[in-house]
Write a new protein. Structure first.
Ligand code: 5AD
Ligand code: SF4
Length: 459
C-alpha cells in the first residue's frame, strides 16, 4: 500500500500524523510524497475555525472524483472527524476510514476491515503508545497530555479531543530518550494546556509530577533545548517560571494565549482570568526570565466585542510587548456555547479590527527583532534556506533566522550566530565560532558569474 497523509491544524496534529504514519509503516505501507502516487490518502483535520473545515471539504471533493477513476481509499482523522459536522462531510464525500483523535491506534484495524471503518472512541492505550522518533530531524514534538478540561465558549476542542489525560512521566521520558538517541536537539512538549499537566484526576491519584517538575525532569535528560506549547494562563503557576529559569535547556520562550485584553470579553469567553490577572502572570514571568520572548493568540471580533474592548486588546499588546502573535477572526463553530448563544459580529468589522491588530503586531515584531541586531543567538539550523548558500532555522526564542553557510557549519545543527540585520519576520546573521570570531563563509555559487566565466556559455 502507498499512503499519503495531509495535515491541517496545530503541532498536536503534526505529532499525530507522525504517529499514524509510523503505524502505517509498521503495517507494511510506503509513505509517498503526493496524492497521485497514493492508493490511500488520509487527511488529518482541524475543526477550530471554519476555514480549515472548508479546505477539507474541497479536498475531499477532489478525492471523490479521483475515486471514480482509480482504486483509492480515502480517510479522515483528527478533530473534525470527531464532530457530527465532520461525519456528515465524511458521508457526503464517501470517506472510507474515519478516526477521531482518541482512536488513532485503530488504523491497523481500519486497514484490515476492507469496508467502511469509523473509530470515534477515546482509548486509553493511546497515552502509553510511543511512536518511533522522526528520522534525521533535529527537532521533535512530544505529547505530554491530551484533551482539555477548560470550557472556553468559542472552542470546539473539548468536544473533539475530550477531557484532559496526562501521559505517564515514564512514557514521556522513554519517548524522549529514543528521540535523543536519534539525534534530536530540540523537543517541544505538547498539549492543549501543558501547564495543567498532572492535575487531572487519574494523574493526581497516580502521583504524577507538576508541569514545573516535569520541566525539571526533562531538563536532566541531556536534551539541548526544551520548548512547550500551549499554556492556559489559568494554570500558569510562578513555579513554572522558576523551573524555566533554573533549567538551562528550557528556552526563554513563552506562548501564553490571552485571546482578548478586555476583562468583559474574557468573562464571556469563560477564560477564567481577567486582564489584570493575566498581566500579573506576565510580570511573574518577566521577573524570573528578564529576556523572555513572549507570544500569544488573540481572537478579534468575539460576539459583543465593542470598540472599547478592542482598544483594550491593543493596549494590552503594548503593555506586554509581544514578540509575535497568532491572530484570528472569531469563527462561530457549531457545537460551541458562543455559537449557540451569541450573535456574530459583521464580517467587515472583524476584518477591519484584524487589520489594525496586524499593524500593531508588525510594529512590535519589527521593534523586538531590531533589538536583536548585534546580539549573539543560538540558532538551530534545520537545513538549506530558499537562497542557495544559506541555511535557515530559528533561535531559542523561535525567531526565524537565516545565515550564510560557513566552514564547519554547512548543514543542519545548533550553532551560534551574530545577528546583523532584522526585518519584522526574519533575523539575518553570521555564524561565529567558540572564540566569538566569525567562521569563514563558504564560497557561494553565483549563477551569473558562473555563466560569464564558463567558456561554453560564450556564444
Ligand atoms: N474562532 C477563532 N479563533 C479560535 N481559536 C479557537 N477557537 C476559535 C474560534 N472559534 C483560536 C484561539 C486558540 C487558537 C488555537 O485558535 O486563539 O488559542
Ligand atoms: Fe485544530 Fe484544536 Fe484540533 Fe489542533 S486541537 S487540530 S488546533 S481543533
Amino acid at each position: 500500500m502507498k499512503a499519503h497523509l495531509i495535515t491541517y491544524g496545530c503541532q498536536m496534529n503534526e505529532y499525530d500524523t507522525h504517529l499514524v504514519e509510523s503505524q502505517l509503516v509498521s503495517f507494511g505501507a510506503d509513505i509517498v510524497p503526493s496524492v497521485d502516487e497514493a492508493d490511500f490518502v488520509l487527511i488529518n483535520t482541524c475543526a477550530v475555525r471554519g476555514k480549515p473545515v472548508d479546505k477539507v471539504r474541497s479536498l475531499l471533493g477532489d478525492l471523490r472524483k479521483q475515486k471514480a477513476q482509480r482504486p483509492l481509499v480515502v480517510g479522515m482523522m483528527g478533530c473534525l472527524a470527531q464532530l457530527e459536522e465532520g461525519q456528515q462531510i465524511a458521508r457526503k464525500f464517501e470517506v472510507d476510514v474515519l478516526l477521531g483523535p482518541g482512536s488513532l491506534l485503530d488504523i491497523g484495524q481500519a486497514l484490515e476491515a476492507n469496508e467502511r471503518f469509523w473509530g470515534l472512541q477515546f482509548k486509553d492505550e493511546l497515552h502509553g503508545h510511543i511512536p518511533p522518533p522522526p528520522q534525521g530531524k533535529l527537532q521533535a514534538h512530544l505529547t505530554i497530555m491530551r484533551g482539555c478540561d477548560h470550557h472556553c465558549t468559542y472552542c470546539i476542542v473539548p468536544t473533539t479531543r475530550g477531557p484532559q489525560v496526562s501521559r505517564h512521566p515514564d512514557d514521556i521520558l522513554r519517548e524522549l530518550d529514543m528521540q535523543l538517541s536519534a539525534g534530536v536537539q530540540e523537543v517541544t512538549l505538547l498539549g492543549q494546556n501543558v501547564n495543567a499537566y498532572g492535575v487531572d484526576q487519574g494523574a493526581k491519584l497516580a502521583g504524577y509530577p507538576s508541569f514545573a517538575d516535569l520541566l525539571r525532569l526533562v531538563g536532566r535528560s541531556g536534551v539541548r533545548r526544551i520548548k512547550f506549547t500551549t499554556s492556559h494562563p489559568m494554570n500558569f503557576t510562578e513555579d513554572v517560571a522558576a523551573a524555566m529559569a533554573e533549567t538551562p535547556a528550557v528556552c526563554e520562550y513563552v506562548h501564553l494565549p490571552v485571546q482578548s485584553g478586555s476583562s468583559r470579553v474574557l468573562r464571556r469567553m469563560a477564560r477564567e482570568y481577567t486582564r489584570e490577572k493575566y498581566l500579573g502572570h506576565i510580570a511573574e514571568i518577566k521577573k524570573h526570565l528578564p529576556d523572555v520572548v513572549l507570544a500569544t493568540d488573540i481572537i478579534v471580533g468575539f460576539p459583543g466585542e465593542t470598540e472599547e474592548d478592542f482598544a483594550e486588546t491593543l493596549s494590552l499588546y503594548d503593555e506586554v510587548g509581544y514578540d509575535s502573535a497568532y491572530m484570528f477572526i472569531y469563527s462561530a463553530r457549531p457545537g460551541t456555547p458562543s455559537y449557540r448563544h451569541f450573535a456574530d459580529l459583521p464580517r467587515e468589522l472583524k476584518t477591519e479590527r484584524l487589520q489594525r491588530l496586524i499593524v500593531k503586531q508588525k510594529e512590535w515584531s519589527a521593534r523586538k527583532n531590531a533589538a536583536k541586531v548585534g546580539t549573539v543567538q543560538e540558532v538551530l539550523l534545520r537545513g538549506e534556506a530558499h537562497e542557495s548558500g544559506f541555511l535557515e532555522g530559528h533561535t531559542r526564542g523561535n525567531h526565524p533566522t537565516v545565515v550564510p553557510k560557513a566552514v564547519g557549519a554547512s548543514g543542519p545543527g545548533v550553532y551560534r550566530a551574530r545577528i546583523e540585520h532584522a526585518t519584522p519576520h526574519m533575523l539575518y546573521g553570521r555564524l561565529i565560532g567558540a572564540d566569538g570570531q566569525d567562521l569563514p563563509e563558504l564560497p557561494r555559487f553565483n549563477p551569473e558569474a558562473a555563466a560569464l566565466s564558463h567558456p561554453l556559455q560564450m556564444v
